[in-house]
Design a protein. Structure first.
Length: 206
């Protein structure tokens, strides 16, 4: 069973803590992680882009000049794509960008992401993360002591002070055990888990 150092908010070691084999010592599957990240990013797209084709643009019902004898190219209406105010060729229409990923692949990608972070030494477990006030300065100092400036802070439940203190840090982000995802894990420099969050992650996902 893998072990990692347990820190306090001052960045000092207060012992070791065991991690789940199933989550932090799994076989890494890069293709599963790639698929899940693609699906996550695709799901962020609204899919509301829309433009008019030549058949939908207003006007252009009259033939602009006779078919023969002018020396010009043959045209019908002036709403063809080559004309100003004309329609768009292969115009984009509202669509759903969702990529279907089955549950087993999502679970495999999640385990792979956590294991890859652990192997890289980028999993930080803190005994507790408590702030007296929701001040950005306090959170920045705590993360600096933990050597985790670019961090994903995983909380077992909402802590208003921690969430408010992290909101203005461009390089840090908070999330909860039930909203933790592969993209956020891989995108973070370090994943900072409280001891309670670590236990909840193992209980829910292992």
């Amino acid at each position: 069973m893998p072990k990692t150092t347990l820190y306090n908010m001052e960045g000092a070691s207060v012992g070791e803590i065991e991690l789940s084999d199933e989550l932090f010592a799994a076989e890494i599957n890069e293709s599963a992680m790639h698929l899940v990240v693609r699906a996550y990013l695709a799901a962020q797209r609204q899919g509301t882009q829309s433009a008019l084709t030549r058949g939908e643009v207003r006007g252009g019902g009259r033939k602009i000049y006779r078919q023969k004898g002018t020396g010009n190219a043959r045209h019908h209406g002036n709403r063809a794509p080559q004309f100003k105010h004309g329609g768009v060729v292969f115009a984009p229409k509202p669509r759903d960008y969702e990529i279907a990923v089955n549950k087993k692949v999502r679970r495999l990608a999640f385990k792979s992401a956590l294991t890859s972070k652990f192997n890289a030494g980028e999993i930080v477990v803190v005994d507790a993360l408590e702030l007296k006030e929701g001040k950005t300065r306090l959170m920045a100092e705590a993360l600096k002591k933990l050597n985790a400036d670019k961090a994903l802070v995983v909380l077992p439940e909402r802590d208003e002070n921690v969430v408010r203190a992290t909101a203005n840090l461009a390089s840090a982000k908070t999330t909860y055990v039930n909203t933790l995802n592969v993209y956020d894990i891989l995108n973070a420099g370090k994943v900072v888990l409280t001891k309670a969050a670590k236990e909840s992650v193992e209980e829910v996902y292992a």
